[in-house]
Design a protein. Structure first.
Ligand code: NAD
Length: 369
């Protein structure tokens, strides 16, 4: 039996509630698909600070290093975060540290709007086609956010100047392009590469390198689009996109724009991938939303983002595509049955039934296989 080691770091707020449901679903997958998941839970965020004095305790980090993937909840509590210096706050001390430690350079954000949830989407139904299904692949460690020089200086009396530098090297573009083309092969085989080649040197290099990498994937179609048009097309005709490949800043912006199309943060998973060795890619999987303190501990959170994050883990880190698809299908079954957590509930849907976190998780686990 294939066994995978998973570090499950639930974190704060709704983290433990939604993680519990994701683990329930993974246990159902184990049985149906004959897989073994060695899941070890450990504290992170404020849970880490309370247990061991640090947002990312040493034991938690060691566990991650000895695992095949990290399934993460969310960290941070707005009423407690300001009591710490910025660099010790959970999002920085845990999340950024993990990103750096594991060289997570690729961020994948699938945005899927099932037809049954058309009412949750801000676009008119005729713009939604048969349902929106876009994967934004964002480069995570380069570009303007990290390029040097990066500073604010005084030019003359009363005049200051801020400088950020956009830098990409060919290997950085190549490796993220490979991620996008490989992801497209598991989907509808189309990559739209986003750039600003009409204005930026970076855009010209980006386009050239992506086109070259694309030649190695003749089964995947490639188109190039300027970022301003990409932002517009996402709201005009989102169904034209399969995989959108973006550098760091463009991906930051477009992935949030795309996320808005799904109607609720509670539906959106994400994956951050590091290097591949052999058949396995180390990955970090988390919901797109935060700790939602307004609904924490009340059985109100939507567990779907966390559950779909575990499906991404099966697909991208373990290559268990059938098991991943089974989770996604089970989510569809629960949605079509009318179950709705508060964030996706609408009284205009006649068959909708309000469900708590536990009921939604149990329905999805029951629909596996
Ligand atoms: P948030 O995403 O936690 O909440 C925004 C809104 O979305 C809230 O109304 C919340 O109830 C709702 N929401 C989010 N997830 C939901 C779910 N699964 N089901 C139903 N509703 C859901 O953002 P925020 O309020 O700005 O941040 C709260 C805390 O989370 C802050 O401390 C912030 O720093 C932290 N945060 C952490 C991460 C992370 O760990 N990756 C990401 C974002 C925010």
């Amino acid at each position: 039996m294939k066994t995978y080691r998973i570090a499950a770091l639930a974190g704060d707020g709704i983290g433990p509630e939604v993680m519990r449901e994701a683990i329930l679903v993974l246990r159902a997958v184990e049985k149906t698909f004959g897989l073994g998941f060695a899941i070890t839970e450990a504290p992170v965020g404020w849970a880490g600070i309370d247990a061991a004095g640090k947002a990312l305790p040493d034991d938690t980090l060691s566990l991650c290093k000895n695992s095949d993937a990290i399934l993460f909840g969310s960290v941070g509590l707005p009423d407690r975060d300001p009591t710490l210096p910025k660099e010790e706050r959970p999002e920085r001390a845990a999340l950024l540290r993990i990103r750096k430690e594991f060289g997570l350079f690729a961020n994948l954000r699938p945005v899927q709007l099932p037809k049954a949830l058309a009412h949750a989407c801000p676009l008119r139904p005729e713009r939604q086609g048969d349902g929106i299904n876009v994967l934004v692949v964002r480069e995570l460690t380069g570009g303007m956010y990290f390029g040097q020089p990066k500073k604010t200086e005084t030019v003359s009396e009363g005049v200051r100047r801020a400088i950020d530098t956009m830098v990409y090297t060919t290997p950085e573009i190549e490796r993220i392009a490979h991620v996008a083309f490989k992801a497209a092969r598991l989907r509808r085989k189309k990559v739209t590469s986003i750039d600003k080649a009409n204005v930026l040197e970076n855009g010209i290099l980006w386009r050239e390198v992506v086109a070259r990498v694309g030649k190695g994937y003749p089964d995947v179609s490639l188109e190039h689009m300027f970022v301003d048009n990409g932002a517009m097309q996402l709201v005009l005709k989102p169904t034209q996109f399969d995989v959108m490949l973006c550098e760091n800043m463009f991906g930051d912006i477009l992935s949030d724009e795309a996320a808005a199309l799904a109607g609720s943060l509670g539906m959106l998973p994400s994956a951050s991938l590091g290097a591949t060795s052999g058949e396995r890619t180390f990955g970090f999987y988390e919901p797109a939303g935060g700790t939602a303190p307004d609904i924490a501990g009340k059985n109100l959170a939507n567990p779907i983002a966390q559950i779909l994050s575990s499906a991404l883990m099966l697909r991208y880190s373990f290559g268990e595509t059938d098991a991943a698809a089974a989770i996604e299908k089970a989510v569809g079954v629960a949605i079509r049955s009318g179950l709705r957590t508060g964030d996706i509930y609408s009284s205009s849907e006649p068959q909708a039934r309000r469900a708590g976190t536990r009921e939604m998780g149990a329905a999805i686990a029951a629909a596996i296989g």
